[in-house]
Design a protein around this ligand. Structure first.
Ligand SMILES: [Zn+2]
Length: 709
């Protein structure tokens, strides 16, 4: 909810102020303009905006379309309670009424907004008293929204990735914000490019823009979280590893940094900060960057953007007039070739590589072009298929981005409109200033998998999403963990399914899984050799299949390998690969295995260092003995963990066979015995694992014996 946010308690406020003081002393001001005074005036202006209403919708479908069309007006969605909260002109009220909406005033939301602005102003005043003259939001965290990185924190994190991982990440300067072009502070427009530069070749590219609308707090942090997943996951997460090796991810994390700085000060700022529009000191100034793109700019007769400089959807005086938009357009044109014809009805070829996602909040939508007309694009079916895949992960509504009426000059213009690259807008969450609790528990975990899926299919986003998904790839013998010695056969098991679509808006057809294969190290697109996998139930005939097969590890070099698994459906289309690590080692895996025969003290396994031993027993005549040369004064702790269906007992003896301790618990229970050597000299201590019941073979009768001293 946009305006419902935790009030500061006195102690919380005190702590927040203390943290702010530290932040101010640690970081210099970001710009030289009189930011503090500007922000104070803007907050006063924002409190004068009281044309805020509850709009009760006639039905949910109309509400979602209104949320697209009135994205710029929307302040809060309460779908469960039947209304949206919107800032509306009298004309807009009339439009909504014509679609069946009932309009009421919303004083409680105005009050909550004012409370927040007052709190932030108080915090700014307190900072100023502490000596931070003329600064305001140059502090490094947003009060009460500490989970959202500020522009400075975002840039510092991206720079740190590139510095620490120069082979994997590059922090590029691709242009200037409007303020920077004017010498009014401002920022560089910067892209974090993530790929393993040690691996060459033509790599498909996923380009993500976030925070083009300043107040959409969650968007840039989600992009940064995706960067974190890729870079921190390299070498530890198999999918992150192959994506970084074989694909490129380009993140324009802060697409509207000047405006973002306003929003970090508590303002519901959407546009850039261009003082040429709507008056230099107005808090309605600036151009809506997401209506300023050149492709189909101002193409819908005034419906899809505004010519009024003070409106939240002001399109700017000319196509791509704003430097932020120029930077995005130039970058998109530099990383993607043109695969689409010049006419609106032309489609890009099915094998077109690359993808652009513009991340917004809020409304819980996955959208694709066109936004200017209800006619689908020539790639509409494929865009819909991938949209329903993405929406499977976040649970949002997938639909073409045409609302109650069109939008024009939007960010998918250069990517899809000009070049034919698959383009999506994802509307995260349910408020602009989303609580950190909601972001961390819901928005982030639901949307990170959608971005990962996008990164997996970017080689052919119009084709691969109609193939099956592979999940839960596991290798036997702990081959992905401790590893196996060369030549050890490894069993692979996984699941393949064609059911992972969001089916809430229309029905995406699903197909039977008809084949699966694995590749070691060299993926299918690089000419790797396929290893055919089998259906676990004997036949490939349903939309979800267990799959299994055997990997030969003979001849594989020592080290960590990647196993790629993919599955196809009845149409013959292969889905994206899912990977798992295969470790080849010349070290016998940790945990020592008992050596038979060891049925007597005289044949005991000698244990020289503390550790764990794995054993198996299946007959009442069986005993396993271990011997430790226990130093004087030391205590030997023996812990016997049986598998759940077995019952073994544990005894400790001295060299003469005198019992020093025992534990005889039941099936599945852990036995433990501790004995201290009080003899004054080192002494042999014999540990006996005795079969009691339950184990019927090597598989069923297993235990782990831990020995520590
Ligand atoms: Zn937006």
């Amino acid at each position: 909810m946009a305006f419902v946010r935790p009030r500061f308690s006195q102690s919380t406020l005190g702590m927040a102020l203390a943290a702010l003081c530290l932040a101010v002393s640690a970081f210099p001001a970001a710009s030289a303009d009189d930011h503090g005074a500007d922000m104070r005036a803007l907050r006063v202006q924002e409190k004068l905006r009281t044309n805020i209403y509850k709009a009760y919708f006639p039905d949910l479908a109309t509400a979602r379309k209104a949320a697209i069309t009135f994205h710029a007006n929307l302040l809060e969605s309460q779908y469960d309670n039947g209304f949206l909260v919107l800032e509306l002109t009298p004309q807009e009220i009339a439009t909504l009424r014509s679609f069946g909406f009932r309009i009421e005033s919303a004083p409680e939301f105005i009050q909550m907004r004012d409370d927040l602005l007052n709190q932030i102003q108080q915090a700014a005043d307190a900072r100023q008293r502490m000596g931070a003259a003329s600064t305001d939001v140059t502090v490094q965290s947003i009060p009460s929204y500490a989970c959202y990185e500020t522009v400075e924190e975002t840039f510092a994190a991206a720079q740190a990735f590139a510095t620490a991982n120069p082979t994997l990440a590059t922090w590029l300067d691709v242009g200037d914000s409007w303020q920077k072009t004017q010498g009014l502070g401002g920022y560089d427009m910067r892209v974090l490019k993530i790929t393993n530069s040690a691996i060459g070749g033509t790599k498909p590219r996923l380009f993500i823009t976030s925070a083009i609308h300043a107040r959409e707090y969650t968007t840039a942090p989600l992009s940064l979280e995706f960067a974190r997943w890729l870079i921190n996951g390299y070498g530890t997460n198999p999918d992150a590893t192959w994506i970084v090796d074989h694909h490129e991810v380009h993140l324009l994390l802060q697409t509207n940094p000047d405006g973002r700085k306003k929003a970090e000060g508590g303002l519901l700022w959407r546009k850039n900060t261009n003082t040429n529009y709507c008056g230099a000191t107005s808090n309605s100034r600036g151009a809506d960057l997401n209506r300023n793109f050149a492709f189909q700019w101002n193409s819908t007769g005034g419906q899809g953007s505004s010519g009024n400089q003070c409106d939240e959807t002001y399109r700017g005086p000319s196509a791509a007039s704003e430097p932020e938009v120029q930077a995005v357009q130039n970058y998109v044109r530099s990383i993607f070739p043109d695969r689409r014809g010049p006419n609106v009805g032309d489609g890009a070829p099915a094998d077109t590589m690359g993808m652009h996602i513009d991340i917004h909040s809020y409304s819980q939508l996955v959208l694709w072009p066109w936004g200017t007309t209800s006619t689908p694009t020539a790639n509409g079916t494929a865009l819909q298929t991938l949209g329903r895949r993405l929406a499977y992960f976040n649970g949002y509504t997938p639909e073409q981005s045409i609302g109650l009426y069109p939008t024009d000059g939007t960010s998918d213009g250069p990517s899809y409109g000009e070049l034919g690259v698959a383009a999506y807008t994802i509307e995260l969450g349910s408020s602009f200033f989303e609580s950190c609790t909601t972001y961390n528990n819901t928005t982030k975990p639901k949307n990170l998998p959608a971005l990962i899926y996008a990164a997996k299919v970017v080689r052919a986003p119009y084709q691969i999403p109609s193939g099956a998904d592979v999940t839960s790839v596991t290798l036997s013998n702990d081959a992905s963990g401790a590893g196996v010695t060369p030549g050890t056969p490894v069993t692979i098991t996984a699941s393949a399914t064609d059911t992972r679509f969001n089916q809430s808006n229309g029905t995406e057809p699903t197909q039977a899984v008809t084949g699966a294969e694995a590749y070691i190290d060299t993926p299918p697109w690089s000419g790797g050799a396929p290893i055919a996998l089998s259906p676990s139930d004997g036949s490939f005939n349903s939309t979800t299949e267990g799959i299994t097969g055997t990997l030969s590890t003979a001849g594989l070099p020592l080290g960590k390998h990647l196993v790629f698994v993919r599955a196809k459906v009845a149409s013959g289309q292969w889905g994206p690969v899912t990977a798992q690590f295969l470790k080849i080692t010349n070290v016998v895996p940790p945990g020592n295995n008992e050596t038979e025969p060891n049925d007597s003290r005289g044949a005991a396994n000698a244990v020289s260092t503390p550790g764990s031993w794995n054993g198996a027993m299946s007959a009442s005549t069986d005993n396993d003995y271990f011997v430790v040369n226990l130093p004087a004064g030391k205590t030997l702790a023996a812990t016997l963990t049986p598998n759940s269906s077995s019952d073994y007992d544990l005894y400790v003896y001295d060299a003469a066979g005198t019992q020093l301790g025992k534990s005889e618990k039941g099936t599945g229970a852990v036995d433990s015995v501790s004995v201290t050597n009080g003899t004054g000299a080192s002494a042999q201590r014999f540990v006996r694992v005795k079969y009691y019941s339950g184990g019927t073979g090597a598989t069923n009768g297993k235990y782990t014996l831990g020995l520590n001293w």
